[in-house]
Ligand binder design. Structure first.
Ligand code: ADP
Ligand code: MG
Length: 363
């Protein structure tokens, strides 16, 4: 089922002395294509959960509309929307078994949708199998690990075969290894079932790795929507460039003068079609190429070996960050007795942003 957000806005009235309204979701317009997994991504407080709550019907928008397929569901109560919800804290019923927890959403079905106990058990088993907890049906939540509990919550959200699956930071309480494993599993289940899914996270790597499309948000405003790789390769502004990628992009103050891009005194690139101005320059860690005659000179701090790659740590007066991190194939040898290191910069890994607006400048 495709989902359309149209001029969707949610304001919370201000409290206290300032009484300034919070616009948690500011005029959202986008379409989630049928069967895709969309990652809603942004820092804490940017409005991700509010967006999800609007989709689920737990909150009503101040303005705008939500469509499920062709149906306007803006004012449809949550229980009639046919959605599955998973939150960060699994919120399982502690006194019920795994099976009873998964079956729970089926128990209130009325009229011709009402199911026999055997039918409910069968559906619960099916959902449990999807997340590989079908061997644990008689346990209580307290007898499960965090990862298993979260799987129960996912099975419970899937048991009704929802039109839309909404996941709000579902992996935050899991340790690193389980987080990785569970996110792959969510992706697999989403592919198998074809359920349109919205996955909320503040973790860019998580969103990038499993989403068909990411929506990068900041302060209630959508900054960019696109395929993960496209957004990474073509960030629309400095915020998006900084938010995506580990290690994060290296940012420098610079200027454009006479068709050349300068970082400090170094003319690092020709930009013949851009008029003179002050800029920020972003260079991805993988955008540096060691070169004796490189145009960009930095003070060498050290080298970290990472196996396949090495990370060259350096400093430059124009750098916004404490140090510069570049990732280079380990076939390269860095002479650490030297005080400086010189780089050529890969043009497709370098972005220029207007200093005032922080919007990216094409060159
Ligand atoms: P996220 O999930 O991205 O961390 P939220 O959607 O929870 O962000 O919150 C977005 C903004 O809306 C925040 O500034 C938050 O303080 C505010 N907010 C969220 N819920 C409420 C509420 N019920 N009342 C007032 N302000 C709220
Ligand atoms: Mg949240």
């Amino acid at each position: 089922m495709k989902v359309v957000l149209q001029n969707l806005t949610k304001k919370f009235p201000g409290r206290g002395k300032e009484k300034k309204d919070v616009i948690a979701v500011n005029n959202f317009n986008f379409e989630i294509p049928d069967g895709t997994l969309v990652g809603l991504l942004g820092p804490s407080g940017c409005g991700k959960s509010t967006t999800l709550n609007l989709l689920s019907g737990l909150q009503t928008p101040t303005e705008g509309k939500i469509f499920f397929g062709e149906d306007d569901v803006t004012h449809l109560p949550a229980e009639n929307r046919g959605i599955g919800l998973v939150f960060q804290n699994y919120a399982l019923y502690p006194h019920l078994t795994v099976e009873q927890n998964i079956m729970f959403p089926l128990q209130n079905l009325k009229g011709d949708k009402k199911l026999t106990k055997a039918a409910m058990q069968e559906k619960a088993l099916e959902a449990a199998k999807m997340v590989q907890i079908d061997g644990l049906m008689d346990r209580k939540p307290a007898e499960l690990s965090g990862g298993q509990q979260q799987r129960v919550a996912i099975a419970r959200a899937l048991v009704k075969m929802p039109n839309l699956l909404l996941l709000d930071e579902p992996l935050s309480n899991l340790d690193a290894r389980l987080r990785l494993q569970t996110r792959e599993e969510i992706r697999r289940i989403q592919r198998e079932t074809g359920i349109t899914t919205v996955f909320v996270t503040h973790d860019q790597e998580e969103a990038m790795s499993i989403s068909d499309m990411i929506v990068v948000m900041k302060d209630g405003v959508i900054n960019q929507i696109g395929k993960p790789q496209e957004v990474y390769d073509e960030p629309i502004n400095l915020f998006v460039a900084k938010f995506l990628g580990t290690p994060s992009i290296n940012v420098f103050t610079g200027k454009i003068a006479g068709g050349k891009l300068y970082i400090g005194e170094d003319a690092v690139m020709d930009v013949p079609n851009v008029s003179d101005r002050d800029v920020y320059v972003g260079i991805r860690p993988e955008g540096f190429v060691l070169s004796e005659s490189g145009a960009f000179t930095c003070d060498l701090v050290g080298v970290e070996v990472m196996g396949r790659d090495i990370s060259v740590i350096s400093k430059n007066a124009a750098s916004e960050g404490e140090s510069i991190r570049s990732i280079i194939s380990s076939e390269n040898v860095v002479d650490t007795s030297k005080k400086t290191v010189r780089f050529d910069i890969k043009p497709n890994k370098l972005f220029v942003f207007d200093k005032e607006t922080e919007e990216r400048i094409e060159f």
